[in-house]
Design a protein around this ligand. Structure first.
Ligand SMILES: *[C@@H]1O[C@H](CO)[C@@H](O)[C@H](O)[C@H]1NC(C)=O
Ligand SMILES: *[C@@H]1O[C@H](CO)[C@@H](O)[C@H](O)[C@H]1NC(C)=O
Ligand SMILES: *[C@@H]1O[C@H](CO)[C@@H](O)[C@H](O)[C@H]1NC(C)=O
Ligand SMILES: *[C@@H]1O[C@H](CO)[C@@H](O)[C@H](O)[C@H]1NC(C)=O
Length: 385
């Protein structure tokens, strides 16, 4: 009975086909057609998979749609070389990324209009509780800055599409305070930011940092400075020279050993020096371990050796170490007053382009999430944004 049912179905099929009068030829054609279809489909799939791997989904699709031209023709325009990546997520590992980021043009005059930008690089554990303050700081200055965030890989950022932090997270790895993994993360931030050729100044910040002045002042201060703001000093104490390991010689002498705050600002040349370093990195990784805190010595010492004439040797990020201990003071809601900031903003003098100035700090840390509301209240009057 079972075979009967089958042959009835087959018979019905045969009936339809036999109407063409050429059942065998038709079946063969159908088979050929299906095979061709399968092959073409497979080809298209492999092609697009490769395209997506090399150019990313967003860059492949609009190009194909808008010009109806194969993607490889696009590589012949200057545009493809100077356009920043449309997505910050990528699948390069650190060696691949650093190699790519270390590319330097041999001709110093740009044959296109380049408006130099500041790359704000946020090193965070997870959320950015002070982001509403930063949103206000950046408002109205699109095109003069770009933002990069390195957080713990387990953290999922959920900024709305309207936020300046939306999709600004870079591929991240676990970071331990005072260890080489911290410098690795800082190099990762620099390398990702270097992929945008318009980025000229690179500033490292944390989730507890705030801007002390409006964007125009910060931009002018950094762009007109002859030096990069990286703290680097020779401290004759157990916490300075005392952390020097003689195994670092001959690459690093005791007299070249420097200490300074982790929160730096460097220009594009120094950023490339940091990302491209293969000389000092292995020495510091092996011979500067706690109680040598590598993030306070590696870039500071390396840049002092490679480019001392480009360093201001001071940081622009204010912090309060006056209480002593391993961590600086954190300020919360009750600390936020006009007087408090008056002291920071007008409180001292420093050297800017070889001249004394009272404008020494552009940023300050550390501020707790509870400080946000009073900061927003003060910002327009005290910080000018
Ligand atoms: C990155 O990948 C390349 C190629 O697979 C490999 O040679 C290199 O060691 C990798 N680097 C890191 C840091 O994992
Ligand atoms: C280290 O110091 C010695 C003498 O103090 C000097 O001869 C040598 O050139 C220095 N090395 C470097 C890398 O500067
Ligand atoms: C910073 O220090 C280096 C030596 O460590 C020195 O050569 C350089 O001139 C200093 N920079 C400024 C702006 O004084
Ligand atoms: C930024 O602050 C300065 C000084 O407080 C002020 O003169 C300037 O108008 C401000 N700029 C903007 C764009 O608000």
């Amino acid at each position: 009975m079972h075979t009967r049912v089958m042959s009835w179905e087959e018979g019905k099929e045969f009936e339809t086909i036999s109407r063409t009068n050429q059942p065998k030829v038709f079946q063969l054609r159908l088979l050929q057609f299906l095979l061709l279809f399968l092959l073409v489909g497979l080809g298209v799939m492999i092609f697009s998979m490769n395209m997506i791997r090399y150019f990313g989904v967003e860059s492949v699709v609009p190009v194909a749609r808008s010009h109806f031209q194969p993607c490889f023709e696009e590589a012949n325009t200057l545009e493809t070389w100077i356009r920043p990546p449309s997505k910050l997520l990528h699948s390069m590992n650190d060696s691949e990324l650093f190699w790519r980021a270390s590319f330097v043009p041999g001709i110093k005059n740009y044959p296109f209009r380049r408006i130099p930008k500041i790359a704000f690089m946020f090193m965070t554990k997870g959320p950015l509780p002070l982001s509403p303050l930063w949103e206000r700081f950046f408002k109205g200055h699109k095109g003069l800055y770009s933002i990069y965030v390195h957080s713990l890989p387990s953290y999922d950022a959920d900024f709305p599409a309207s936020s300046v932090f939306y999709k600004r997270q870079i591929p991240s790895q676990v970071v331990e305070w005072g260890m080489m993994s911290m410098c690795d993360a800082e190099r990762r931030l620099l390398a990702n930011a270097l992929l945008d050729i318009d980025n000229e100044w690179f500033i490292l910040l944390s989730e507890s940092c705030i801007p002390l002045h409006n964007f125009s002042i910060v931009y002018r201060y950094l762009s007109r400075s002859r030096y990069s703001f990286i703290g680097a000093f020779d401290e004759d104490s157990p916490f300075g020279r005392g952390r020097y390991n003689p195994n670092l010689a001959p690459q690093v002498n005791l007299t070249e050993w420097r200490k300074g705050s982790q929160w730096f600002e460097v220009n594009r040349k120094l950023a490339i020096d940091i990302v491209g370093d293969n000389t000092f990195y292995p020495r510091f990784k092996e011979f500067c371990r706690p109680s040598c805190y590598v993030d306070e010595h590696y870039f500071q010492t390396m840049l002092t050796i490679l480019a001392p004439h480009l360093l201001a040797n001071r940081t622009t990020t204010w912090v309060d170490w006056s209480r002593g201990g391993a961590h600086p003071a954190t300020f919360g809601q009750a600390d936020i007053t006009k007087e408090f900031f008056k002291k920071i903003i007008e409180g001292g003098t420093c050297i800017y382009n070889n001249q004394p100035t009272s404008l020494c700090f552009l940023f300050a840390r550390k501020f707790a999430p509870s400080a946000l509301e009073p900061l927003l209240d003060l910002a327009s009057e005290v910080f000018g944004y």
